[in-house]
Design a protein around this ligand. Structure first.
Ligand SMILES: CCCCCCCC/C=C\C/C=C/C(=O)SCCNC(=O)CCNC(=O)[C@H](O)C(C)(C)COP(=O)(O)OP(=O)(O)OC[C@H]1O[C@@H](n2cnc3c(N)ncnc32)[C@H](O)[C@@H]1OP(=O)(O)O
Ligand SMILES: Cc1cc2nc3c(=O)[nH]c(=O)nc-3n(C[C@H](O)[C@H](O)[C@H](O)COP(=O)(O)OP(=O)(O)OC[C@H]3O[C@@H](n4cnc5c(N)ncnc54)[C@H](O)[C@@H]3O)c2cc1C
Length: 602
């Protein structure tokens, strides 16, 4: 119910308080991240910690890191990540802001030459950030060397006013009433603003005092390293958001009753309807699947970072493909699922007090930020096409594409499934997912060789990413899992996750010859049985997420199930209910009613 200004001020207040507690309690970086997570309100601090600091860590020299990170860690400066412009977001190489080296003063001149070169979207830029990593085309000795990162001070550290030559503001209200409106996404124009040469982030390349451009020995793709890092964290965010929506819908489904009463008996809990289960339980399974793949991705990212530190860049393309693909598939699935959870809760799901509209609005932009989901899947497709061509030339693929090395078998195998029970076998499931992904990638590579097109391979990329998620779920179940019966429940969810994908993408599985129509219908039969088996534990499986009522913020998802009292109480809190007779009655409603009454008497 807060206005945009109040909401923004509230964000500033919460962030300042969180920082105070972080210092008082000597929280570690990881603990401080958790604190921000539970504040659960997008704000400038996200950009500071999740993008500004990592960009300096990844692209700054040791000396630059020492200088800037010391201030950033103490919040003496607040930073953002200013990459996207009004005219270009996905196409990073198309950015127009210029950084022209002036050897006479040893400075870069930062400039926005066109309207479309205005920086547009960076979080915290609008009203808060004092500094930014700004991406601009580096021009020296008359030559354009493409996009590089520069640290710029934007606002005075005394009175917060923009520095000379910098025009800066907020880009305006966004989708939903609360949601991302707590963030001051900003616009910025630069008018020949001078910064010292040593504010170019120089780990990837340097400009010498004389203006010579010098490459360092790290690959230029490290310029995109911050995005790899953030995409990895977004997978965990997606899993969390999905599990919140599912928790609300499952708990409410156990409370809500409609129909089914014969002779005055109790009505049916809506969660018992098979149509409800077939819509909701795949989301429950996906919430677990995304959590496990998110944990694995964090491991992969840590591993690649360690390798990069010792100058081993070999796993960077795979890390890029995995983070891009998983960010894309998990955030798209999550946004769709939250929307569906609203429908699963019927009319009450549409109320703000259900918590679902806010959850949807705040997670929807994850499909766009840190890379539009389609654009990112096309990057995965590009990686797959390269891998297929390497396999064709006899190179053994590794990591998540290792299955492609089994090309002889996977291109012609037939699924071993013959009965409904055979679909319980993880090896049988994995084989059909591998065969589908490989065959789609090979088909795509063949099509591209006939008619090259950038956009081919989107579906093959989806198939590959889904294979990764299924595989990581299966691998998780090979670990020791504590708790009586927990592993059995997770096995059922793993089955649901995989089989619902076969059901959803049956066209792919049939057209690539990975399963027959009969096997497809056996998979559906198995899925129905799994839904029935999961039903008795569905509430426990969402309770296991261990969310407090406060964090869930939903009248429908309350732990105690006292849904109707909560809805009733929430309704009375609405500002419209502050007066019995509404504002506007005297001006608009009363005259209308009186006039109509008069007319009716004529
Ligand atoms: C606790 C609270 C948590 C809060 C969490 C908050 C999250 C933050 C929320 C919001 C903030 C949002 C921030 C942003 O949105 S920042 C802006 C993000 N922008 C993008 O993601 C732009 C998307 N575009 C791109 O990534 C790229 O430009 C591209 C991949 C589309 C490039 O395409 P193209 O022009 O074809 O490529 P290039 O010539 O530039 O490079 C090709 C080469 O490089 C490889 N490559 C591309 N990206 C990467 C990468 N990230 N890492 C490694 N390698 C990469 C690519 O594969 C090519 O390699 P090649 O085939 O070998 O040539
Ligand atoms: C809430 C929010 C916060 C953000 N925060 C930041 C930030 O802090 N810093 C920052 O720098 N940026 C930020 N951004 C910007 C964000 O990164 C970009 O919006 C995003 O990368 C998408 O780029 P775009 O807007 O140019 O979309 P476009 O690329 O213009 O996309 C428009 C449409 O074209 C399609 N398309 C584009 N290219 C292709 C292609 N090659 N093939 C097929 N289809 C294509 C897309 O799929 C999409 O449907 C933020 C955005 C949002 C929404």
């Amino acid at each position: 119910m807060l206005s945009r200004k109040e909401l923004f001020k509230d964000t500033l207040k919460k962030a300042a308080h969180a920082w105070k507690r972080t210092v008082e309690l000597h929280l570690t970086e990881e603990e401080a991240n958790l604190l921000r997570l539970y504040i659960d309100q997008p704000g400038y601090v996200d950009l500071h910690w999740v993008m500004f600091v990592p960009a300096i860590k990844g692209q700054g020299t040791e000396e630059q890191q020492k200088k800037w990170l010391t201030m950033a860690y103490k919040f003496q400066i607040i930073g953002t990540y200013a990459q996207t412009e009004l005219g270009h977001g996905s196409n990073v190489q198309g950015l127009e802001t210029t950084a022209t080296f002036d050897p006479s003063t040893d400075e870069f001149i930062m400039h926005s030459p066109t309207l479309t070169s205005s920086k547009w979207w960076p979080g915290g830029l609008g009203k808060t950030s004092t500094h930014a990593v700004v991406y601009a085309r580096l021009i020296t000795e008359g030559k354009d060397y493409g996009i590089h990162g520069f640290i710029m001070q934007l606002r005075s550290l005394d009175d917060h006013s923009p520095l000379p030559g910098i025009t800066i503001g907020d880009i305006g209200g966004k989708f939903g009433s609360g949601a991302y409106n707590s963030m001051d996404n900003g616009v910025m124009r630069l008018d020949h603003v001078r910064i010292p040469r040593d504010q170019m982030l120089m780990r990837l390349a340097q400009v010498t005092r004389e203006g010579k451009y010098v490459h360092s020995d790290v690959p230029k793709q490290l310029l995109y390293g911050t995005m790899v890092y953030v995409r990895q964290t977004i997978v965990a965010d997606a899993s969390r958001a999905l599990s919140r929506a599912v928790c609300i819908a499952v708990r409410y489904g156990a409370i809500r009753k409609q129909f089914g009463s014969k002779a005055g008996g109790p009505e049916t809990q809506v969660l018992n309807y098979k149509t409800q289960q077939s819509r909701l339980f795949p989301f429950l399974a996906s919430a677990y699947a995304f959590r496990f793949v998110g944990q694995w991705l964090k491991w992969l990212y840590t591993d690649v970072t360690q390798k990069l530190e010792s100058k081993d860049f070999s796993t960077l393309p795979e890390a890029h493909a995995c983070t891009a693909g998983l960010k894309s598939v998990t955030t798209s699935a999550t946004a769709d699922a939250i929307e569906e959870c609203q429908k699963l809760c019927g009319g009450h799901g549409y109320l703000n007090s259900s918590g679902l509209p806010e959850l949807f609005a705040v997670n929807l932009p994850a499909c766009t930020y840190e890379g539009d989901n389609v654009v990112l899947l096309l990057q995965v497709a590009r990686f797959l096409m390269k891998t297929v061509s390497q396999v064709a030339s006899g190179k053994q693929p590794v990591g998540t594409t290792a299955y492609m090395g089994n090309i002889q078998h996977l291109m012609q195998c037939k699924s071993v499934v013959n009965t409904v029970e055979d679909w319980l076998n993880p090896a049988a499931i994995k084989e059909v997912f591998e065969a589908r992904a490989l065959r789609m990638a090979v088909n795509c590579a063949q099509n591209i060789s006939k008619a090259p097109s950038q956009e081919e391979g989107f579906e093959a990329a989806v198939a590959h990413v889904q294979l990764i998620i299924v595989t990581k779920f299966i691998e998780k179940l090979q670990e020791d899992i504590l708790g009586h019966g927990v592993k059995e429940q997770l096995q059922k969810l793993c089955g649901i996750y995989a089989l619902h994908l076969i059901h959803k993408h049956l066209g792919d599985f049939l057209s690539t010859g990975c399963v027959t129509a009969r096997q497809g219908s056996l998979a559906n039969e198995r899925l129905g049985k799994l839904y029935a088996q999961v039903r008795p534990n569905a509430v426990a499986l969402v309770d296991a997420f261990d969310y407090t009522d406060h964090y869930l913020g939903s009248a429908l998802g309350r732990y105690d199930g006292d849904v109707y009292s909560a809805l009733y109480k929430e309704a009375w809190k609405d500002p419209l209910n502050e007066t019995v007779v509404p504002d506007g009655y005297q001006e608009h409603l009363r005259p209308l009613l009186k006039q109509q009454l008069k007319l009716s008497r004529l």
